[in-house]
Design a protein around this ligand. Structure first.
Ligand code: COA
Length: 254
């Protein structure tokens, strides 16, 4: 059976690949659980020094599976999506993201919690939460304002404007914007192997120090965002927008 999350090992580098091409790598509850489990194992396994998160050259991810949102939405902080994001944020090993083509919703949000991010220059990234009757998640309402300033963050979060991989790199949300998926994959792998060759404790201490300032504030914001998101998911506006996508009645969000 095809695995929607492919876990591969190359020396001290663990690769987690989203593999649900028929649904543009939309993330299901099961995929979040598998990702969370793999990240927790990577964190606990001393022989893993770095993690690569990637998908395909055609699509990174179209975000949370919308059918799941309608049928089995997260109801509290123990839901798989929250477990995954907690594992990503808690992972002491550096996480390198390789993003080609499309990253929507949580596919863009999660990049804010990766350590190095490589994108294709023509990638399309977007967080259309307000457009779907939802609200931002996992610290994006804080981190985007901190990293991009109020004006640009408002365009991305309030208006739900999309942006390219080239813009992500120019704004400092990504390390480099490259020509195609193959170049992105190679850059991510090279970076991960460079990290893996360094003293693990030095890398992990440095990562921890870099993430330490503002950690408590970030956690408070994430908790507030999470409960609001759960509430918004059952709002009439969100139900209409999400059902509209599934029933093909409403325009695509990218
Ligand atoms: N959840 C569930 N299914 C999804 C999905 C998602 N997030 N994104 C895409 N799919 C499904 C489509 O329904 C379609 O299924 P079908 O073949 O059974 O009809 C299939 O994946 C291919 O998607 P399609 O829309 O035909 O591909 P595209 O290349 O024309 O467009 C996107 C790609 C990502 C721009 C578009 O699918 C999209 O806007 N998806 C929704 C993204 C979104 O709003 N995510 C945020 C959730 S908070």
């Amino acid at each position: 059976m095809t695995q929607a999350i492919v876990v591969e090992r190359d020396g001290a580098v663990l690769t987690l690949r989203l593999n649900r091409p028929e649904k543009k790598n939309a993330l299901t509850r099961d995929m979040y659980s598998r990702l969370a489990h793999a990240l927790e194992q990577a964190d606990a396994d001393a022989s893993v020094h770095a993690v690569v998160l990637c998908a395909s050259a055609q699509c990174f991810t179209s975000g949370n599976d919308i059918a799941d949102f309608l049928q089995d939405p997260p109801v509290d902080l123990s839901s798989p999506v929250f477990c995954f994001m907690r594992s990503l944020m808690a992972c002491r090993k550096p996480v390198v993201a390789a993003v080609a083509a499309t990253a929507v919703g949580i596919g863009t949000t999660l990049l804010l919690h990766c350590d190095l991010v490589y994108v294709t220059a023509d990638a399309r990234l977007r967080m259309p939460f307000v457009n779907l009757g939802l609200s931002p998640e996992f610290g994006s309402s804080l981190l985007l304002v901190q990293r991009l300033g109020q004006a640009r963050a408002a365009e991305l979060l309030l208006l739900g404007e999309g942006f390219s991989g080239a813009q992500a790199a120019a704004w400092g949300l990504a390390n480099a914007a490259l020509e195609d998926g193959e170049a992105v994959w190679r850059a991510a792998l090279v970076a991960a192997h460079r990290l893996a060759a360094l003293a693990p404790a030095a890398v992990q201490d440095t990562k921890r120090l870099m993430k330490a300032p503002g950690r408590e504030q970030l956690q408070r914001v994430i908790e507030e965002e999470s409960w609001l998101f759960i509430q918004r998911l059952s709002s009439p506006e969100a139900m209409a927008a999400l059902s509209g996508f599934i029933n093909k009645g409403s325009p695509k969000t990218l």
